[in-house]
Design a protein around this ligand. Structure first.
Ligand SMILES: Nc1ncnc2c1ncn2[C@@H]1O[C@H](COP(=O)(O)OP(=O)(O)OP(=O)(O)O)[C@@H](O)[C@H]1O
Length: 629
């Protein structure tokens, strides 16, 4: 019974329109995935029902036989996918089906190029979901009723993907969602029992829920239903019985990913606690990787019964939030609630066991398949760098997996591991040197590197946002401390020859007056002035305290509204530089002070800092240039 008075026509959110259009055109060659997506959604909906019903049995409405049904009508050219899962309320339909609530949507749409091949990958990364129906259908009718609501409160959503969608309140006796695809004229052949069975077996064999179709008898569909997929939980099978393709298909189901997984680790653990884990590393980072409220995580099962998807990083630490898969515990009670999971010993044990497995998988890959590891690093390296700060116990293992750029080749691609670096350390070198900067170019051109380049000492070039955080937590590796070349006292004495040292002493003695003079001129602006042993071709640089944050980070935090303590920098000068020689000859005190200010300001700029008085700097610089002309 339809109450036409409640029928409304609604517009799609602009992003949905764009996405629909692109999807229909870019994913055409993979059109069969629509069925996997709809079955996956149906299976998720049944999982959600099962979880909500733990505390409220009545939600089952006397039908606890959870399943997805697929029907077709070749004459009408329709395919129907039906589940008896949780269903949706009217608001949920509007929010889930008419809107894209995902973060990163704008970024995603702006990355699309119009090149079908490239775009199809991006769309896959973003998640195709329900909208993939429109690859094969020119009209889709979705009727749904949320479990626990009255039969009269069901909702029908209908769209041709062109002119928005309509919504109306309808009657639906059973809970759950039914989706009818009205196939496009040239897709009608999909409404065929044999073809649909094939697609289901190919894509949905290993979802634990039965996917059912009417039995086929004498070329006709019988009343009776049969299960088409294997419907066994893939992770419960022994490793040797599962083919790679099966692992990949299951991955796509649990992860909602479109690409193959990069690698996986499947384990049955029998110790103090018994559980199975199937952990996958994706090949591509999802768009919401850096979003605090990510939507996906590991799925927790208890004896094959779905309990929840971990969206709050209870089952894995945040720095492994890209891992997808399943943990199935034999020890947790079936009526486990989200609250119980907090601080639970069994969960903690599964968590630390899984972390070890993932780190082991990565270590193996980095040793035996370095190219594959490099592709992992490109996608997820920035996230793994959060690890040493978050997971103190595994700091050393994680550190081994980190990759950096370095002055070895100045390449922006991060390929150097800490063990590689240590193996190349100079005789007498006992520290791992690094520099942090806002960009790779700023890092590799920093004046602080001059002496290291001259002596052929490798320095790690760190320019990811997370790097400042990383070096605050990773103070040492393999007994060698990590040392910023831009902070604190630089003691390279063990790497210097007697001649070097004598030369330095001589330069220092000769520059004594000059240093005093500059110190006087900049008395309010700097903590101290010293002769530098780091510079060879730049006139000056500033040095931060051992525990100070890099200037570019200080700027970022200031912009974000944080109060930053104002510490005065230490200025180092290079007395052998022609500019300093020229200053030495300057007899006018005011002019000398101008030179000194310029020396300080340019050192701050080279460090990625911000000048308090940029116009003053430009004015002074112009004055000095004109005087020299
Ligand atoms: N059969 C269904 N039963 C209940 N809710 C559903 C069903 N299908 C979709 N939904 C709801 O609509 C939302 C959007 O579905 P959609 O398939 O577009 O994306 P998704 O499954 O969330 O993620 P992805 O885009 O990564 O596949 C789902 O998260 C779910 O809340």
């Amino acid at each position: 019974m339809t109450d036409s008075a409640t029928k409304e026509n609604m517009q799609f959110q602009t992003e949905v329109n764009q996405l629909l259009h692109l999807m229909i055109h870019s994913l055409y060659s993979n059109k069969e995935i629509f069925l996997r997506e709809l079955i996956s959604n149906g299976s998720d909906a049944c999982d959600k029902l099962r979880f909500e019903a733990i505390g409220n049995d009545s939600l089952y409405e006397n039908d606890g036989d959870l399943r997805v049904e697929v029907e077709f009508d070749s004459t009408a050219g329709t395919i129907t996918v039906r589940d008896n899962g949780i269903g949706m309320s009217r608001d949920e339909v509007v929010n889930n089906i008419g809107t894209i609530a995902k973060s990163g949507t704008k970024e995603f749409l702006s990355k699309l190029t119009g090149d079908q091949q490239k775009d199809s990958h991006l769309i896959g990364q973003f998640g195709v979901g329900f909208y993939s129906s429109f690859i094969v259908a020119d009209k889709v009718t979705l009727t749904t009723r949320r479990a626990g609501t009255a039969a009269s409160e069901a909702v029908r959503w209908e769209s041709d993907a062109q002119s928005g969608y309509s919504l109306e309140q309808v009657e639906k006796a059973t809970r759950g969602t039914e989706i009818v695809l009205h196939l496009k004229e040239d897709e009608k052949l999909l409404a065929d029992g044999w073809r649909l069975r094939n697609i289901i077996r190919q894509y949905s064999d290993h979802i634990p829920l039965p996917v059912m179709m009417h039995k086929q008898e004498e070329g006709k569909q019988a009343e009776e239903w049969e299960t088409v997929n294997k419907a066994n939980a893939l992770w419960t099978r022994s490793k040797s019985d599962v083919k790679d393709e099966e692992y990949q298909e299951f991955y796509k189901h649990v992860s909602h990913d479109w690409e193959d997984a990069l690698a996986w680790s499947h384990n049955r653990v029998e110790g103090k606690y018994e559980y199975t884990s199937l952990l996958y590393l994706p090949s591509k980072a999802p768009f919401d990787l850096f979003d605090r409220d990510t939507n996906h995580g590991l799925k927790l099962y208890v004896q094959r019964v779905f309990i929840m998807e971990d969206k709050e990083n209870k089952l894995l630490p945040r720095y492994l939030r890209f891992v997808r898969g399943v943990l199935d515990s034999a020890d947790l009670p079936l009526n486990v609630s989200r609250e119980i999971l907090q601080g639970n010993k069994i969960i903690e044990s599964m968590k630390s066991g899984s972390v070890k497995k993932i780190l082991g998988l990565l270590e193996n890959m980095s040793a035996n398949e370095p190219e594959k590891y490099q592709s992992f690093w490109k996608e997820f390296g920035k996230v793994l760098k959060e690890g040493p700060g978050e997971d103190f116990g595994n700091r050393e293992e994680i550190a081994k997996l980190l990759r950096f750029s370095s002055t070895l080749d100045d390449n922006a691609e991060q390929k150097v591991s800490l063990p590689d670096y240590i193996a190349r350390m100079k005789e007498g070198q006992d520290k791992i040197f690094y520099i942090t900067a806002d960009t790779h170019t700023a890092a590799k051109n920093s004046p602080h590197l001059e002496v290291f380049r001259k002596k052929g000492i490798e320095v790690l070039l760190l320019s990811d946002r997370v790097d400042e955080w990383l070096v605050q937590h990773l103070m040492e590796f393999d007994g060698k401390s990590l040392q910023s070349v831009a902070k604190g006292d630089l003691d390279l004495s063990k790497l210097e020859t007697e001649e070097d040292k004598k030369e330095q002493e001589k330069v220092e003695a000769e520059a004594k007056n000059m240093v005093e003079h500059i110190k006087k001129a900049l008395t309010d602006k700097v903590e101290d002035v010293k002769v530098s042993h780091r510079l060879t071709s730049s006139p000056s640089c500033i040095i931060l305290g051992e525990h100070d944050m890099a200037l570019y980070m200080q700027n970022l935090l200031k912009q974000a509204g944080h109060e930053m303590p104002t510490t005065k920098p230490l200025l180092e000068i290079n007395p052998t530089h022609p500019l300093l020689k020229r200053m030495e000859a300057e007899t006018d005190d005011d002019r000398f002070a101008e030179w000194a200010s310029v020396l300080l300001d340019q050192a701050i700029l080279a460090e990625g800092g911000q000048l308090e008085d940029p116009a003053g700097f430009v004015h002074r610089l112009n004055g000095l240039m004109l005087a020299m002309a």
